[in-house]
Design a protein around this ligand. Structure first.
Ligand SMILES: [Zn+2]
Length: 85
């Protein structure tokens, strides 16, 4: 299922439709902002964000975008050290 289809089907967690949606940090599910707020309270949320950033940096490297990948890795390291959501 692509993300457009997911948007039409509503939130993958609670089924809400016609609301703002975003992608989960844990998988490729589209979820509503209320479920996103709950996700942010999970104790492993920061790890999930850092994993997502690290994967993104890897994809940039694969495309030869090494400077951008280095910046994403720096952002992930900064986040891990200082940011608590
Ligand atoms: Zn929801």
């Amino acid at each position: 299922m692509d993300w457009m289809e997911q948007m039409r089907n509503g939130c993958a967690k609670c089924g809400a439709t016609g609301v703002g949606m975003t992608m989960s940090m844990y998988n490729e599910d589209m979820i509503c902002m209320a479920c996103k707020a709950k996700e942010k309270k999970r104790p492993d949320y920061d790890q999930a964000v850092n994993r997502d950033l690290t994967e993104y940096a890897g994809r940039l490297d694969e495309r030869g975008m090494t400077a951008q990948a280095a910046n994403v890795r720096k952002a992930a390291a900064y986040r891990a050290a200082f940011v608590k959501e």
